[in-house]
Design a protein around this ligand. Structure first.
Ligand code: NAD
Ligand code: 5JK
Length: 369
């Protein structure tokens, strides 16, 4: 828990605080933000684990609410010094409509900005995504690029489009006067594919491998690099950026930072095997077992089935044309902007990140649904 020797005076609000990333941000704040007095956790669905946090020195306030409801957001934001806005609809599988994704990710973010302005909250950190940059629909590689690398960002899919619009809103809001006359200071963090304890897709792939007798079948060439970052480091970056934004607003305000750490550059599947291999799974094939055209045919078929079945049931498999394109396009970052601007160093080494994630997967063994 926080070092109580320092004055505990700050009120933080974490939207989406019960999600995969949000829970790590909440726990990290309690461990590493000594000036915290109250931590508000705002989410559509509150987790039972919040109960166990109520016994520490920091007042943890659970708020069940919806970011699309401006009055609920304003009530939660009022009196907060800092807002970390991680709430979002993460959907590249066609589970939600594009209107709903826009409503939550874009209008929800606008509501958060408006609430800061109306109630006088000065610091706003937004969880953006690598997808505001790419991969683009043309499949152009982004090979170990940084925040200044030129890239043709073209957003057709509702999720990346919504993240890009929301990020733009947040960054453009930097400098707006909030109630009381001070300027709003904002910035955006852009994680690549996050992994770690609680990662739903890793869980799904693990169970799928178990159902297939401990095997997964290679679908993506090993040469395609996909950026990954450990959830603990993403959470730490949020905590640090929120703290430093209060001291270095002139430099950091209006900036976007990729989230990075020392996780290795690998294909999506080869990276997963770094975790799932020690948990008993094997990746079959050194090359994709099916040709790309056949995978694309299956992906399109899945999209068609999703559309046809929609009136009856929700069919949302991992493979669709968008996820196939993502998995097949190199997108990795190599940058030190966060280190230069606010002294970020990953808190967890690759070995720690991997060990922690393996421990979490192993604990699920035998509990397949
Ligand atoms: N998972 C990744 O690989 C990844 C990568 C880059 C960026 N991100 C971003 O990180 C953020 C968190 O993602 P995650 O992976 O933890 O997803 P998640 O789905 O686990 O968490 C999102 C949380 O937001 C909440 N939420 C959704 N709609 C809401 C609403 N209308 N009002 C209030 N709360 C709502 C959900 O209940 C959930 O707890 C998102 O903004 C996402 O775009 C995620
Ligand atoms: C050949 C297929 C079966 C492989 C399917 C893999 C696919 C489900 C994976 C590949 C890449 C993954 C995305 C990537 O890690 C980055 C992000 C950004 C983030 O903002 C949200 C999650 C997302 C889209 C990952 C989703 C799962 C993807 C598409």
């Amino acid at each position: 828990m926080a070092d109580t020797a320092q004055a505990q005076e700050l009120v933080y609000l974490v939207t989406g605080g019960c999600g995969f990333l949000g829970e790590h941000v909440v726990r990290m704040l309690l461990q590493r933000e000594p000036r915290l007095h109250e931590l508000r956790v705002f989410d559509l669905h509150l987790g039972p684990w919040l109960e166990e946090l109520q016994t520490g020195p920091v007042q943890v306030t659970a708020i069940q609410g919806d970011v699309t409801q401006a009055h609920e957001v304003a009530a939660a934001v009022a009196g907060a010094h800092v807002v970390i806005h991680t709430a979002g609809l993460v959907d590249v599988f066609g589970r939600a409509s594009s209107e709903t994704i826009h409503e939550v990710n874009v209008q929800g973010t606008q509501n958060v900005i408006d609430a800061c302005v109306q109630t006088g909250t000065q610091f706003l950190v937004y969880t953006s995504s690598m997808e505001v940059v790419g991969p683009n629909i043309k499949g152009h590689p982004f090979y170990r690029g940084d925040e200044d690398t030129p890239y043709e960002a073209v957003h057709k899919h509702p999720y990346p489009r919504s993240k890009a619009l929301a990020e733009q809103l947040v960054l453009e809001a930097n400098g707006r006067k909030v109630r009381g006359g001070r300027p709003l200071v904002t910035c955006a963090l852009r994680p690549t594919g996050i992994y770690g304890e609680g990662h739903q897709i890793m869980r799904d792939i693990f169970y799928q491998g178990q159902r297939l007798g401990g095997r997964l079948f290679r679908a993506i060439p090993a040469s395609v690099e996909h950026g990954r970052v450990y959830v603990g480091n993403v959470a730490w970056m949020h905590v640090l950026v929120a703290r430093e934004l209060q001291q270095r607003g002139a430099l950091m305000g209006g900036q976007a930072y990729f989230c990075y750490d020392s996780s290795p550059y690998k294909s999506y599947e080869d990276f997963n095997m770094e975790i799932l291999g020690p948990c008993g799974l094997r990746l079959v094939g050194t090359r994709p077992l099916l040709p790309y055209w056949l995978l694309m045919f299956l992906a399109v078929l899945n999209a068609l089935l999703q559309w046809l079945l929609r009136p009856l049931l929700l069919y949302a498999p991992l493979l669709n044309p968008y996820t196939l394109a993502m998995a097949n396009t190199t997108f990795t970052v190599s940058t030190n902007k966060a280190q230069r601007h606010f002294g970020y160093e990953p808190l967890f080494s690759w070995e720690d990140s991997r060990t922690r994630t393996i421990g979490w997967v192993r604990a699920m063994d035998g509990s397949a649904p």
